[in-house]
Design a protein. Structure first.
Ligand code: PMT
Length: 220
């Protein structure tokens, strides 16, 4: 099924972290390596899909045959997604997007003052990229991710509903799972149905996710 389904399907993926700059040398970031999103891009391309990969700042080679757009901040990622989403049948939001950016980033390196004991940063909310795509009409089939350390399924179900997603991949974060690791354990959740995968490489998780997306879309 997956081979037939994905042949020539247009798939948009975001992957990696976003970096929110404080000044020319400092940023707020997170531990996403991009491995999960890049694994999905690689496996989908092998199944025949036409893949566009919007990548935050990561140290990974571009999977063969995949079109890659590099961005840095959440706002840049949002702009790239706004440009691309309408040409795609499916959108998978695997990026760990910063929820907040600096209200003002400094053009010059911020210097500490003599005797300064603290620093307060003012942050402003970033756009919610996946929720924005899910609101568009027409919209692609929208798959989100939720990385959590506790109440993984509960929080993921909450995000599925709140962001009006078609599917969410609940991601147990822990030792050797989730951020930076080579292995992962996803639970694939649609309205009313949960499919728990067993721990395996991110490539294997990607294959099972792509299979399941095909199954869900074909059944709808
Ligand atoms: O990159 P790796 O090291 O391989 O790690 C993989 C991963 C853990 C980063 C990835 O699999 C994952 O779980 N990504 C989502 C991380 C997360 O918890 O995101 P969130 O709960 O902040 O957001 C939920 C969903 O909304 C995600 O699909 C996210 O891409 C999206 N989002 C969030 C905020 C925002 N401003 N815009 C978004 O689109």
């Amino acid at each position: 099924l997956a081979n037939v389904f994905w042949k020539d399907k247009k798939l948009l993926i975001t992957a990696g972290p976003t970096f929110e700059d404080l000044d020319p040398v400092r940023f707020l970031g997170n531990r996403s390596s991009g491995k999960m999103g890049f694994a999905i891009a690689e496996q989908a391309q092998k199944l025949g899909a036409q893949v566009t990969l919007i990548a935050g700042p990561v140290n990974l080679p571009t999977p063969q045959g995949v079109e890659r757009i590099d961005v840095r901040s959440a706002r840049q990622m949002f702009a790239a997604v706004q440009q691309c989403y309408a040409q795609n049948a499916i959108f998978i939001s695997a990026a760990a997007v910063a929820d907040f950016a600096l209200a003002q980033s400094s053009e010059q390196k911020i210097k500490k003052q003599a005797g300064q004991e603290g620093l307060t940063l003012e942050l402003v909310k970033n756009p919610d990229i996946v929720a924005w795509v899910a609101e568009q009409k027409p919209k692609p089939f929208v798959v989100g991710f939720a990385a959590e350390t506790q109440n993984v399924i509960g929080y993921a179900q909450d995000k599925l509903q709140r962001k009006k997603l078609d599917m969410i991949c609940a991601n147990q974060v822990g030792e050797n799972l989730g951020f930076e690791s080579d292995e992962n354990r996803l639970t694939l959740i649609t309205a009313g149905v949960e499919k728990a995968l067993t721990t395996s490489s991110k490539s294997q998780q990607a294959v099972e996710l792509l299979d399941y997306i095909a199954e869900v879309i074909e059944a709808s």
